[in-house]
Design a protein around this ligand. Structure first.
Ligand code: GTP
Ligand code: MG
Length: 231
């Protein structure tokens, strides 16, 4: 067994990250932020394990892996500070808890569109998982063409002091949607690129998002047919 020791940010390191953004760094507040990061990481671990177990069960029972792969990330302190500023909120533990739902984020990349909703359904069926927020950008894509299902769930984490509900943001999307989003993200963050080209490629990508959606639906159909024949 390999024991992976994650590089958890300790109180001091988090403090150093937040200090430049604070007028008068409050030690108690910094400590609470470090604890929130640790709790959020624990919440992501809980959800990650649940998702791995669901995928394994499908592999055994249905010879199908709904999950292609997963990625997990903790929001870096810099983006957290920027996000609060964008929302015109002061940097405080209460504001993070009440307004930032994606300190811990898991991206679940599935093989087919139906798997996106299957994963969602099976996860939300679990009695210790509570849905907090849901945005279905597959049903209603963003103007850019972006497609994904975003849910925020609360999951209990058992700490020395007892159990605490922790929010975890889960983005569920197919391999096709994921490929599209990575490329489009690259385009949007290329600041040194000609504005005309950005617009041109943006329009192209918007069109490709539709084409991808059609192809994915057709491929899902073939997959379904093959499954039915095999029965
Ligand atoms: P915040 O409170 O700012 O998170 O707003 P929100 O949760 O309403 O944002 P949203 O639901 O749009 O999700 C934000 C995340 O979705 C981003 O961090 C990206 O990962 C992804 N995302 C949203 N829109 C796009 C898009 O147009 N292109 C790409 N590539 N990714 C997007
Ligand atoms: Mg978000």
């Amino acid at each position: 067994m390999i024991l992976e020791r994650r590089n958890l940010m300790n109180f001091k390191k988090i403090g150093d990250h937040f200090k430049p953004a604070l007028d008068a760094p409050d030690v108690a507040e910094l400590q609470k932020l470090a604890q929130l990061y640790q709790l959020s990481q624990a919440g992501a671990n809980e959800i990650g394990t649940k998702l791995e177990n669901l995928d394994a069960e499908f592999q055994v029972n249905h010879d199908h892996n709904p999950i292609h792969h997963m990625e997990e990330r903790m929001k870096d302190v810099q983006s957290l500070v920027q996000k609060l500023a964008r929302k015109n909120l002061a940097l405080s533990i209460d504001n993070v808890q009440d307004h930032i739902f994606d300190v811990a984020g898991i991206r679940v990349v599935t093989n087919y569109i139906a798997d996106v909703y299957l994963i969602e359904k099976l996860l939300l069926k679990q009695t210790d998982v509570t849905l907090i927020r849901r945005k279905d950008y597959i049903k209603t894509p963003k103007p850019s063409g972006y497609r994904s299902l975003h849910i925020v769930v609360a999951v209990p984490v058992f700490q020395a002091q007892g159990s605490q509900a922790v929010n975890v943001e889960i983005q569920i999307r197919t391999v096709g949607m994921d490929m599209w989003a990575s490329l489009e993200h690259k385009l949007r963050y290329k600041t040194d690129m000609d504005a005309k080209l950005v617009e041109q490629y943006g329009n192209d990508l918007q069109g490709y998002a539709n084409e991808l959606a059609q192809i994915e639906t057709k491929m899902q159909h073939i997959y379904q047919q093959l499954n039915d024949f095999a029965k």
